[in-house]
Design a binder for this molecule. Structure first.
Ligand code: PLP
Length: 388
């Protein structure tokens, strides 16, 4: 008899709802996919060229575990330029295999079984998987009635003596919410009072609208830098999901420990992808800003159509998702999404993929061409009319 696998943790882990739903979508020819979690445009040309040149120049070997020092320096300058934050390229930054590895590495570095992590929900499913794997206690805070923003009162109420880490993800996947500096300041006060760590997932920081420029970081608030772990990367900001480059920026004390976890798991990301990321964060940064302008137009088209159809939603100010309230239809999010898929050939992500607090919603991505949004809205309008 073959011995069982890790039943305690791994075999009980569920695949994400997004993956499971996408398997259904793949079997429906002609479905319009508002399910996508990545930019539809190619990686900017100079960035691609840098990757190609790196291969030609034989940059095809291991880099230091913490990442190519030239990239770490570019990340350090980026954080200085956009947030006036000083992180040492040598001691306070780790280049990771996308934001996903950054999150997982930090969870495994910080958390022991039964430590509590506070996660505002609905949330990116990666936190749930990595949280379960560390056997820590995930404390979800329902933000559905506070515009998907964690409020100081909600945070205070969720804290117990076992709380160790708070996860913030603004701009937020799946809701497009962001927090203002003054909202972050109020959370910071509580986090400092209770002596907690914060993981701030800023993967969508540059994809913000309404003249915000770049989303503020809680690390910039007085007293927060030493207890904050910034997670970011080029996947979303530079349309580089396949290159697999992210990073962690935090104190030397945390980096020293996280580096061991990272080293044993991955050694380092691909050397040529790291070179390309340097160009993405420097020469090609204007491309990132152009993408944000394009996405703002798409957001507006989507939001105007949803208003015309008379649907309820929170107007997204960041990321490229709109979380649509479907509570008026009296259906769970999976049934609603299946109906739209099979009857109207429109694919949207069931909100239950983003924790139990997402079940009255579906996520619409506007990382698709304007014409596709227009056609999708026609299908949604017909689908909604049939349910009213
Ligand atoms: N964090 C958030 C909020 C995300 O939405 C995603 C991807 O969807 C990630 C992290 C993971 O990013 P990466 O593709 O760089 O691993």
């Amino acid at each position: 008899m073959v011995k069982p696998l890790n039943q305690n943790v791994v075999t009980n882990l569920q695949r994400t709802g997004i993956r499971r739903f996408n398997e259904l979508v793949a079997k429906v020819p002609g479905a319009i996919k508002l399910t996508v979690g990545e930019i539809d445009l190619p990686t900017p040309p100079n960035t691609k060229l840098r990757g190609i040149n790196a291969i030609t120049e034989n940059v095809t070997k291991y880099t230091p575990n913490a990442g190519d020092l030239e990239l770490r320096s570019a990340i350090s300058e980026y954080l200085e330029q956009h947030y006036q934050l000083n992180y040492s390229a040598k001691n306070e930054i780790i280049v990771t295999v996308g934001g996903s590895e950054a999150i997982d590495t930090i969870f495994r570095t910080l958390l022991e079984p039964n430590d509590e992590i506070i996660i505002p929900a609905p949330c990116f499913p990666g936190y749930l998987g990595s949280g379960i794997l560390t056997q820590s206690n995930i404390v979800l805070v329902d933000t559905c009635s506070s515009e998907f923003k964690l409020t100081p009162q909600q945070l205070e109420d969720a804290i117990t003596p076992s709380t160790k880490l708070v996860v913030l993800n603004y701009p937020n996947n799946p809701t497009g919410s962001i927090l203002t500096v003054s909202e972050l300041e109020k959370l910071a006060e509580i986090i400092i009072k209770h002596d907690l760590y914060v993981l701030t997932d800023e993967m969508y920081a540059t994809l913000v609208y309404d003249d915000i420029g770049i989303a503020p970081s809680i690390a910039s608030i007085q007293g927060m830098k030493e207890r904050t772990i910034i997670v970011n990367g080029v996947s979303k900001s530079s349309s580089m999901t396949g290159w697999r480059v992210g990073y962690i920026a935090t104190s030397e004390k945390i980096v020293e420990q996280a580096l061991k976890v990272h080293q044993y798991a991955v050694a380092s990301p691909a050397s040529m992808a790291q070179k390309a990321a340097i160009t993405a964060l420097t020469t090609d940064f204007p491309e990132t800003q152009k993408m944000a302008l394009l996405f703002e137009r798409r957001r507006d088209i989507l939001v105007n159509s949803l208003n015309e159809i008379g649907l309820k939603f929170n107007r997204p100010v960041g990321a490229f998702y709109c979380f649509l309230d479907i509570s008026e239809f009296g259906m769970d999010s999976w049934s609603f999404a299946e109906k739209m898929l099979y009857d109207y050939k429109l694919a949207v992500v069931p909100g239950s993929s983003f924790s139990k607090y997402g079940d009255n919603f579906v996520r619409l991505s506007f990382a698709v061409d304007e014409q596709i949004i227009v056609e999708a809205m026609k299908r949604l309008s017909a689908g909604v009319a049939s349910l009213r």
